[in-house]
Ligand binder design. Structure first.
Ligand code: NAP
Ligand code: GDP
Length: 291
């Protein structure tokens, strides 16, 4: 029997980590041991704490999800924290993975990090082609450096460290905190609160015009497992929905209102930011590899 793979998932308590855990638990048992971590197991911003974790678990593979993550408004007010926390976590996880001879690391970028001024649809070759949207430059530059590090670890040490680029994610275990959430859980929370309070106004921030692609976390989790087991390139790969499945924030708000059977008025607060107008990504790479 071949040696058992020990797969360490950083950020195992988050939206994406929980979805991966759900999918893994639904599969036929494989010769794999999965360890899902939270920030209580180690502070990944700290080198010694991260190293201790690797000493304990001796992983052969790492899915690196842990990050400071948040919606547009949290990014706008905390660009420095997003930059520093994510730089530290990513550097510690990749360097210690190298030191422990981890066979493969799959890290997580995001379609938020693509250049703001670009042509569409966006593909994997365009990550570094221009500045990101000014609202989330801290998060974006920290994430972009994962791709640079992956290439350098491969070139200098022969490591198989790669990354995926998901579009906006939603699903169970999302963050419903109004200060820091992404748009779907933020709007669900607001609708719920409005209905509980008997209000007839559903307040949506910004103009409602920006366009987004959304992937369900359990679908993303299945693609993550394919990347871990079968994708063997250092270059990143986009994990998104079809290019045509792009919706405006207005359409999203209307769908949510319908789902809640909310009969009141949807009000767009144009004094609030819109963020990046559009970040439509193509699926050509993953489609060609599955064909
Ligand atoms: P999330 O729900 O906010 O979860 C973040 C995870 O990171 C949690 O498990 C958290 O642990 C852990 N974490 C944060 N700081 C840590 C630290 N200092 N040390 C150790 N662990 C720490 O995030 P998510 O939405 O699942 O995102 C997962 C990955 O997908 C991230 O890399 C993110 O950039 C990427 N991504 C997300 C989206 C999206 O729409 N959500 C879109 C594209 C890409 P605790 O629970 O203990 O705090
Ligand atoms: P982004 O896709 O990285 O920009 O992040 P978000 O998930 O935060 O989506 C932001 C888009 O949704 C922007 O156009 C916001 O103006 C809009 N939006 C509307 N209402 C909300 C809300 O309550 N929370 C958040 N985060 N965004 C909102």
């Amino acid at each position: 029997m071949s040696e058992q793979n020990i797969i360490l998932v950083t950020g195992g308590s988050g939206l994406v980590g929980k979805a991966i855990q759900t999918v893994v638990e639904s599969e036929q048992p494989k010769n794999e041991k999965w360890i899902f971590l939270t920030s209580k197991d180690a502070n990944l911003c700290d080198y010694a704490s991260t190293k201790k974790l690797f000493e304990t678990h001796k992983p052969t593979h790492v899915i690196h999800l842990a990050a400071m993550v948040g919606g547009l408004f949290h990014n706008m007010s905390h660009n420095l924290d997003f930059l520093r926390n994510n730089l530290h976590m990513n550097d510690n996880v990749l360097q210690i993975s190298y030191e422990f001879g981890v066979k493969k690391v799959v890290s997580c970028l995001s379609t938020c990090i693509f250049p703001d001024k670009t042509t569409y649809p966006i593909d994997e070759t365009m990550v570094h082609n221009g500045p990101p949207h000014p609202s989330n430059y801290g998060y974006s530059y920290a994430k972009r450096l994962i791709d640079i590090a992956n290439r350098a670890y491969h070139e200098q040490h022969g490591c198989m460290f790669t990354s995926v680029i998901p579009c906006n994610v939603f699903g169970p275990h999302d963050n419903y905190n109004l200060e820091s959430s992404h748009v779907i859980p933020g709007l669900i929370r607001k609708l719920y609160d409005s209905i509980e309070r008997g209000e007839d106004i559903f307040a949506v921030m910004g103009s409602g015009k920006p366009l987004r692609q959304f992937i369900y976390s359990l679908d993303l989790a299945k693609l993550f497992l394919w990347v871990l087991r079968d994708y063997n390139e250092v270059d990143p790969i986009i994990l998104s929905v079809d290019e045509t499945s792009e919706v405006t924030i207005k359409e999203l708000a209307e769908e949510l209102a319908k789902a809640f059977d909310f009969k009141g008025k949807i009000a767009f607060d144009i004094t609030k930011a819109d963020g990046q107008y559009k970040k439509n990504c193509q699926q050509c790479k993953i489609t060609s590899l599955f064909a």
